[in-house]
Write a protein that binds this ligand. Structure first.
Ligand code: ZN
Length: 238
């Protein structure tokens, strides 16, 4: 089973983003309208209190078959949501969770779009393969599943933070140059401030934005010794 390369995922994600911006006339807005994008693809986004065993789960893209455990009147129930429903954890609506909510939504929209690219329904394929091939070990299933998750997140990030938007922000905030970064993802305070501002423009977290800069090869890496040398030079003012 093969997955698209990260390069392909970046290209497809960016093309989806551009296509939506053109269709929705949202040129010039700094953050991508991920909610409008989901709606434009026919998805209904709803919010529920999850009661899944895996507490890390905060999003679910329904396939009309797989049930999701949620709380109804304080009791856990398994519900099969109709296809084209994206269910997000209700806590993501809280103040301060907007960046996380947007990333979770981008990831869930990414699932069916990745399936389209690979020409399969991940969930069904996953189950049927498990049933048919008994030699498939739990390890290889997990590997397959996590690869699917990694690709989905990459596609989601490429839609939420397409290259052209990131490049545009670097033009405004850093003279169009890649952002200077020292080994271990250490930033000088000025550059950290810039990264924070750019992340705010896209309404994504600092970590998600820095990760995206790295994915797009837009970090200018320097040895950490340079950072130390700079700090010592400025030592008198500390
Ligand atoms: Zn997922």
């Amino acid at each position: 089973m093969t997955f698209p390369s990260f390069k392909e995922l970046d290209a497809v994600g960016e093309a989806y983003a551009k296509n939506y911006i053109r269709r929705s006339y949202t040129y010039g807005s700094s953050a991508f309208d991920i909610d409008g994008f989901a709606r434009s693809l026919g998805f209904n986004v709803i919010y529920e209190d999850f009661a899944e065993q895996d507490r890390n789960k905060n999003g679910f893209c329904a396939d009309g078959i797989t049930p999701l455990h949620i709380l109804k009147n304080g009791k856990p129930v398994a519900i099969v949501f109709p296809k084209k429903t994206i269910v997000l954890e209700r806590y993501l609506l809280r103040k301060g969770e907007e960046k996380r909510r947007r990333f979770a939504l981008a990831h869930e929209v990414g699932h069916p779009l990745l399936d389209k690219m690979t020409g399969r329904n991940t969930k069904c394929c996953f189950h049927s393969e498990f049933d048919m091939d008994q030699t498939l070990t739990m390890d290889s299933i997990q590997r397959l599943f996590s690869m699917n998750e990694v690709c989905t997140s990459r596609l989601g990030a490429a839609i939420l933070m397409p290259r052209f938007m990131v490049v545009e922000l670097l033009k405004k905030h850093n003279d169009g140059k890649p952002l200077r970064c020292y080994d271990g993802n250490v930033f000088a305070s000025e550059d950290r401030k810039k990264a924070l501002q750019m992340a705010d423009c896209l309404v994504v977290s600092f970590a998600a934005f820095v990760n995206r800069l790295r994915e797009l090869n837009l970090l200018d890496y320097h040895p950490i010794e340079e950072y130390i040398a700079e700090s010592i030079k400025q030592g008198e003012s500390i």
